[in-house]
Design a protein around this ligand. Structure first.
Ligand code: F6P
Length: 507
């Protein structure tokens, strides 16, 4: 990673400034009133940590509390010192959290960009607050950054930060990475603020998407809305001239720290916990689903497919169990509450129909956040992973499962509509998550797949994730920001098929 970084930051004091909705620590007061910092988890922090530590850097984001106080500032400073990079909090009022985070981000952009336009609540007040809050983040960058710094903004909450920075007169080098999908013009054009948002995105110097399909959708939307667009190049990164600016646009599939997952999964404590799981659920294959509680994850349809497989293939009864872990999420947004009830009713229905009292339970349902040891043990224990989102930016569960499958003797069933399918499509068993009987048939196929085929498929997927891990992702994004010659970025092999046609499945 050193090379791209050293090139992008030519002077010793140049830094990377990461901007995301949340800081990598959430600050809360405990029962005794003391401020506590809980570290966030996830690949982004893992990937950026070495960069921020090595070059010195800063992370700007919401500290997870609406409190703004000198005590919070000093806590941010001391936690940042311990972490090896500076933390700068952007305080949000409860109304801003409501209209910017819950409202515009999660009641408009989240459903729309996942093709679920009927779930959108196009409240004009949400857009106004979104612009105001993006201005707030831009102001925080403007105060903290110095010439030479590279500003890397993350995700759909902050798509207007570069535009707001320009209004403040800043001309820092900026990059933006969208972690969720970008929809096709048919969907995007429904957005009342479609023009303002596209123009805002075009103010970044580099825009990164997860997949070639997202990038193509974005370029089609730009062409639909903006006159005289020119696109130069055909590789992983192209140069786009639009709205009087020249912007780079590329696809950079995010990944995980493969080696770390593999090492942790091999730990004796994880192996012991995985064996315990098999002892608790003996003489059967374990199928695993792990998701945040989110309507994009396709959990009810997946449960219906599991019901269908037990109905149509009775010989599988007592020979498989589904472990479905649901991690609580966005509990203050109305659309998420009903989903929990729906899932629990379906689990009740399946268990009520097929349970063998005192013996086999078809669905093991877990509703909580998992400790890392338990997560790894579930990955190690599962013979089949069922990753069936209706639509997903990438889906790192699929990649984590493969990395933890150190025996390489298991099967990944993967939705065609997860970003990960572009990369893992050859090794995984593809499914259309809306096709209940198709998913059921695929579970049946996975159950009966021979060992040689299981190993061959899993080995190929693991190799690809190891070669393009999260450090590769950081490096390729930063290199794309600085490279002089875009021919150094030929299209990723896994994406070639999605590039040339209007609509093409990766399989
Ligand atoms: O997938 C997009 C994402 O924002 C992730 O970065 C994050 O882990 C997840 O959704 C949940 O986000 P939040 O709890 O901040 O809404």
């Amino acid at each position: 990673m050193g090379d791209a970084l050293n090139e992008i930051m030519t002077r010793r004091r140049d830094r990377l400034i990461v901007v995301s909705n949340r800081l990598p620590f959430a600050f809360r007061r405990d029962a005794g009133g003391r401020l506590r910092a809980e570290p966030g988890s996830g690949g982004l922090v893992t990937a950026l940590l070495p960069v921020l530590r090595h070059r010195g850097g800063m992370w700007i984001g919401w500290p997870g509390t609406c409190e703004a106080s000198p005590a919070l500032d000093s806590e941010l400073a001391s936690v940042g010192e311990g972490a090896g990079y500076a933390l700068k909090g952007v305080p949000l009022s409860p109304e801003e959290v409501r209209n910017f985070y819950e409202g515009f981000s999660n009641e408009i952009i989240w459903p729309l960009f996942h093709d679920l336009q009927l779930l959108c609540n196009f409240d004009p007040a949400y857009w106004r607050t979104y612009r105001d809050v993006n201005r707030k983040y831009a102001r925080a960058v403007h105060e903290a950054a110095v010439p030479g710094d590279f500003i890397w903004v993350h995700d759909y909450h902050l798509m207007a930060v570069a535009a707001e920075l320009r209004r403040l007169g800043s001309d820092f080098r900026t990059g933006f990475f969208l972690h969720i999908p970008f929809p096709s013009p048919d969907i995007y054009l429904k957005l009342p603020w479609r023009m303002a948002l596209i123009e805002a995105l075009l103010q970044f110097d580099l825009i990164g998407f997860q997949t070639a399909r997202d990038r193509r959708n974005f370029l089609q939307c730009v062409r639909a809305l903006v006159r005289n667009v020119e696109v130069e190049g055909r590789g992983q990164v192209v140069q786009v001239a639009a709205c009087g600016r020249s912007v780079r646009v590329g696809n950079f599939p995010i990944s995980i720290d493969f080696n770390s997952f593999m090492r942790q999964a091999a730990a004796p404590a994880v192996s012991a916990r995985a064996r315990e799981l098999h002892a608790l659920l003996p003489r059967r294959k374990l199928i695993l689903g792990i998701d945040r509680l989110d309507y994009t994850k396709g959990i009810p349809l997946r449960l219906q497919a599991f019901h269908d497989v037990l109905t149509r293939y009775p010989e599988l009864r007592e020979r498989i169990s589904l472990i479905q872990v649901v991690v609580p999420s966005r509990e203050d947004i109305p659309e998420y509450r009903g989903l929990k009830t729906e899932i629990e009713q379906l689990v009740g229905k399946i268990n009520g129909s097929f349970v063998d009292p005192g013996g086999w339970v078809p669905v093991w349902y877990v509703y909580r956040s998992l400790a890392q040891l338990d997560l790894l043990a579930y990955y190690r224990a599962a013979d089949i992973a069922l990753v069936t989102p209706l639509k997903d930016g990438m889906n790192l569960v699929a990649k984590e499962y493969c990395a933890c499958s150190i025996e390489e003797d298991c099967v990944l069933i993967l939705s065609e509509f997860a970003g990960a399918a572009e990369q893992l499509g050859k090794g995984a068993l593809p499914v259309n998550p809306n096709d209940i009987e198709g998913v059921a048939d695929t579970i049946h196929r996975a159950f009966h797949m021979g060992e040689t085929e299981r190993r061959k498929r899993m080995r190929g997927m693991r190799r690809s994730i190891r070669d393009q891990d999260v450090f590769w992702w950081v490096d390729s994004f930063l290199r794309a920001a600085i490279t002089k010659d875009l021919r150094a970025f030929p299209q990723l092999e896994s994406c070639a098929a999605t590039e040339s046609v209007d609509y093409h499945l990766s399989f």
